[in-house]
Design a protein. Sequence first.
Lengths: 214, 332
Amino acid sequence: MTRVTFYGLPAWIGAIHGPTVCEWWDRDPAELGWDRSRLRKVDLARTSAAALAGRIPVSEVEVDHHMSEGGRTTIGPLWPGGAEIGACWVSERYLQRAELPVRSHEFQLIQYFDGEQKNRRFYGFHASVLAVQGRLSLVQVWHPGTGTEGAPPAGSWWIDLNAHADPSAPRLSPNRPGPVYLDTGAVRELPTFDPKIPPFRGGFGLPAQIAAWA
Amino acid sequence: MARGKQAHDLRVGPRLSVISREPDRGLARMAHTIVPSVRLGGLDELVALLTELGARAHGAAIADRTLDLFGHATVDGGLLRLGRDVIDAADPAVVAAFGALGRRGTLRQLGIRAIRLLACGTAVHARGQATICALAEHAGVEVFGTRDLLYDTHYDAHGFCERWRFLLISASELRRPAAAPAAPSGPHRLTLAALPAVILAGHPERGPRRIATPDTADRILALVRGEAGGVLPEPVAPCCELALPAAQAGAYHVAHVVLGGAFVQFYPAGDAGPAVAYPVAEPAALQQILDELTDPERDPPGRCDPPDAPSPPSEAPLTRGGPAGSCARHCT
């Protein structure tokens, strides 16, 4: 089963080399003294959507696709005209190669490419199981990015975790807040928001919708 | 005005490209590049063109497409200029023209499912955004504006390039509230007295209604785990409706039994607000009480009748429909 974990990082574009190729800082460049040696190159065309469409092998995926296509990356996706400050959801492989910091479960996204979970996406949340009734669990869920910061939860929902949570992730223990990865079907029904990346930016409703007739 | 082959060409393809006719080299170059396209000098010409094309369609099946209006935007409000006219919802003539195109079915005849105002920043200013929303409302189709500058990179021989669609924003997105309605942060706790009470006469009935006495209401509430309320992500059809007596004489708190009796939903913010589902400790016991409340004169046999084979709560799925038997027959 091939899966890729994506990590949401803030991104400031420092150089543009083509319609989809750029270099970016993962921190505000003003704090870094505009140090160009800390720029990382990325090709925003090397997306999970491109791999799912068979245009590139999964091993070459660098980023999740742009929000306008239902993904979570908000920089780009094309220049000129693309966004220059936003979120860049990079693949685990890219993260390691670029020596970027691993982010917590609230800033993670898991995409499956084949096997039983093919094409399924799971969004990381901080959550707690408060009660169980049959197959449904009363799950208290925090907006991504706020769960480990002492913020109040976004709400409590009855969710079938067997059907909607990533089966490869550890199960939540009752009344012990921790990570849970929920699929698009569950997330669509929860009024939660994408994490604010960079923090001063507004969030988007989850999951990002492809605008019909755009 | 389009005539002959050009008019015929405009009836096919995923985009109907209309370019403002004004003395501008950029727009002239665009008209030369986009084939087919037509240059129009005003809103009246647009209405006439679409009416003519619609009449020629003769009801033939046409694939869904967009009406793409290219031009320059006004500096102050980011409003698209089409020849001598400004597409501004504050102008009643503009609203009337687009409303007529929608009402008369002209857009539908041509397969037009969306109108795109393709000039620089047509969705940036408040007036532009208001125009996008108003046109969508009156024309009855989705309307898009732009969030950024547009220039020759963004179109080719086929018209506006779909790869740049991220520059667009729709009326639906503009209308969407900045934040989804906030859900209570903790689990909901059931306080019956705090729930809205209604007079049943005239109150719409969702499922067979079971009117409880104060005694049976107490027995029902004893089965409901009132400390563990939460929202069911998907709407579920009720098996039956519960009316629990309120403190005010003749008034009732309305609730619904769902998912085969595994949950009871209450409405703390009234009928229009979100339902909060509370788990039932013993669904079979609840069913027994519901059976006692069944009026054989009023309720046809088989509606919310006793389960053939009581299902344990573990069989309750999240998706619509409950376990076999009992109330589950009415859960769709």
